[in-house]
Design a protein around this ligand. Structure first.
Ligand code: BTN
Length: 325
């Protein structure tokens, strides 16, 4: 009940001890209450050193708890309302329910793990703890046909974030996979709800393999996947990464809402690992091959076929071909 206030007081004193008396009088709680609250804070994973001088924070848990996400969050509305779960079926499912109940634009649902994580085209999405499994609820005033553009906007926000935070070889594979080198580190699942009057809401689900051990992934997934922990050979702060992402996303989304999608698409093209590659696009058992030469303003991929003709591909599973680009 007083956890946030106690943490705020302990954080304020940085590396110094803060006395029990100071905490008690600042917050107005009893000695017994303070002892209980400190115990609960420690159970959440905070390491707190206690001595006759009082308490000192040693280590913050590397988890996505709202208090840590909100501390230093610089956005105006994206992520200001957080629904956090240690475990959930799918953050997209929870977000849809919340959106139906009237959740405001920018509300996020975030979980440490998902037991029914969903990927594109009905695939399962493996979501063990250590990853970032998050969904943003949006209510843009746009025609329905523009909603898929939000996947590209989100892809740019994720790629920019990983680039800023990790300085790795980050890029986007059409339409919405974020790669490090040629391995997938993040997927995006955008779902839309509409009625005869137009768009009701959009939920954008983002799954980032952050501090995930890809070696534990089943064969078949392991080869094409990576995690930031694997690439950097160390754990990185989930809260910091999410904060940077939310802020990048808010900037891009604000621009999107005022009609600046063409500018965002320019950035998408710059970050794209697909444009310029020879690719295979698989859809419903059919395969199209060619060099990816561009993307239209609707997000449609343009392939130059071997006979020199151009072909537009609206959707499908895109595979970059090695040594042919
Ligand atoms: C893909 O197939 O590449 C999309 C994967 C999207 C996974 C994320 S994790 C958070 C959100 N909740 C889900 O169930 N799926 C999305």
């Amino acid at each position: 009940m007083y956890k946030k206030q106690i943490l705020r007081t302990i954080y304020q004193s940085k590396d110094e001890y803060v006395s029990r008396e100071t905490i008690k009088s600042e917050i107005g709680i009893s000695d017994a209450q303070l002892t209980d609250e400190i115990k609960e804070i420690e159970e959440e994973g905070y390491e707190i050193e206690s001595s006759t001088d009082g308490y000192r924070l040693i280590k913050t848990p590397n988890r996505l708890i709202p208090y840590e996400l909100k501390r230093n969050l610089s956005t105006n509305y994206i992520g200001q309302e957080i629904h956090y779960y240690p475990e959930v079926d799918s953050t997209n499912e929870v977000a849809k329910k919340l959106a139906e109940e009237g959740a405001t634009e920018g509300t996020i649902v975030i979980a440490e793990s998902q037991y029914s994580g969903r990927g594109r085209r009905g695939k399962k999405w493996l979501s063990p703890s250590g990853g970032v499994w998050m969904t943003i609820i949006l209510r843009p005033d746009i025609p329905i046909y523009k909603a898929p553009q939000l996947t590209l906007v989100t892809g740019v926000a994720v790629a920019e974030t990983l680039d800023q935070e990790c300085r790795l070889d980050v890029g986007i594979k059409w339409p919405n996979d974020i790669l490090i080198g040629e391995k997938k580190v993040c997927g995006i699942l955008t779902e839309v709800s509409a009625n005869p009057n137009g768009l009701e809401y959009v939920v954008v689900g983002i799954g980032i393999d952050l501090n995930v051990d890809v070696d534990n992934f089943p064969p078949g997934l392991r080869e094409g996947a990576t995690s930031l922990k694997y690439e950097l050979e160390k754990e990185i702060s989930g809260a910091k990464l999410v904060q940077t992402f939310l802020s990048n996303f808010e900037n891009l989304y604000n621009n999107f809402k005022i009609g600046k999608f063409p500018e965002i698409l320019k950035e998408w093209r710059r970050l794209s690992k697909t444009i310029g590659s020879y690719v295979e696009v698989h859809k419903k058992g059919r395969v199209v091959r060619g060099e990816a030469v561009g993307i239209t303003k609707e997000g449609v991929l343009i392939l130059e076929m071997d006979d020199g003709s151009l072909r537009k591909v609206i959707s499908g599973e895109c595979i970059h071909q090695k040594g042919n680009d």
